[in-house]
Design a protein around this ligand. Structure first.
Ligand SMILES: C[S@@+](CC[C@H](N)C(=O)[O-])C[C@H]1O[C@@H](n2cnc3c(N)ncnc32)[C@H](O)[C@@H]1O
Length: 293
């Protein structure tokens, strides 16, 4: 861990965090208000900066601005993760036309911030049946490769090991064997609930069971419709979900409240309301195409 992150050891000053919250606010600002070293696992998928029409966010920064903005989020995240805490970052390859090695660039940025790179999981989405863009069909002139996968880049803070109570492990032998093969075939989420890019529950269930114990705290700072929070609650983990959009936060609250507890783990409370973080500035909704610097 770099000195920048290692110096964020403020556990003596930490207070028990208020848990099981859906917070409407800016990721970096809200992370700065959470207690240090209070989160065991963060799972997120940030906006990909490809002009997606989110309800409350303009997804069209220049590439350099985008990475700089995310670096601020990664630094704020490093402070709230526990030693040994994990960060699973889902990132999709960029479009064919403006291809950028975004997973390499974000990996490099996170290592520079001080995270340890654990692994890359390939999420194979099984979407090839629907493809239309072939480039030069049946010709080497200019053929296209369609990314039918996304990456899940997994990092640790400071230590490879995450200590926990063995009695709170809920992964089975067959699940462990399956998930430790890093090629995960999971179909994309069909029920989008009005959101352009929600996670499939299965992806999150695997990450949660593989990387943390029941009773741990799981965070998504770009929480959207609350998939991470809903699966965390269902699997007996505490949750924190942050998003700038009130619409998505309200969807998340409903989803988490409806999540059915699996197994015999701790019963995690449902959110009673969406919290509005102080200083939330609503941005104008902008629809754009892809923009380069
Ligand atoms: C790829 S989506 C996440 C979807 C989520 N994984 C789900 O399952 O619904 C990214 C989310 O980031 C939110 N967002 C954009 N800028 C943000 C910011 N500064 N702070 C927090 N959330 C933000 C968007 O509203 C969008 O819902």
């Amino acid at each position: 861990m770099s000195s920048k992150v290692a110096t964020a050891r403020t556990s003596r000053r930490s207070v028990a965090p208020a848990l099981d919250r859906i917070i409407c606010g800016d990721a970096r600002t809200v992370l700065r208000q959470l207690p240090a070293e209070s989160v065991h696992l963060a799972i997120t998928s940030p906006p990909y900066n490809v002009g997606i029409a989110y309800s409350d966010y303009s997804d069209d920064r220049t590439y350099l601005e985008y990475r700089e903005w995310l670096r601020g989020v990664w630094k704020a995240l490093a402070r709230v993760l526990r030693p040994g805490g994990r960060f699973a970052l889902n990132v999709a390859p960029t479009s064919i036309k403006n291809f950028r090695p975004i997973h390499h660039d974000l990996t490099r940025d996170l290592i520079e911030v001080g995270f340890l790179l654990r692994t890359e999981i390939l999420w194979y989405k099984q979407t090839m049946g629907r493809r239309t863009a072939w480039g030069s069909w049946k010709s080497p002139a200019n053929p296209h490769v369609i990314p039918s996968w996304e990456y899940v880049l997994v990092f640790s803070k400071g230590s490879w090991r995450l200590e926990g109570d063995r009695a709170e492990i809920d992964i089975t032998g067959p699940e462990f064997q399956r998930y430790s093969d890093g090629f995960w075939e999971i179909a994309p989420e069909r029920n989008r609930r009005g959101h352009p890019a929600p996670f499939p529950d299965e992806l999150i269930r695997r990450l949660i069971k593989f990387y943390c114990y029941r009773g741990n705290v799981v965070l998504d700072m770009f929480g959207g419709t609350g998939t991470v929070a809903a699966v965390a609650r269902a699997t007996g983990r505490h949750y924190l979900s942050i998003d700038t959009s009130r619409e998505y936060c309200e969807l998340a609250r409903e989803r988490v409240a409806a999540a059915r507890a699996e197994g015999t783990g701790p019963r995690i409370p449902a959110p009673d309301r969406v919290e509005i973080a102080p200083g939330l500035v609503r941005r104008r909704r902008v629809r754009t195409g892809h923009r380069t610097e």
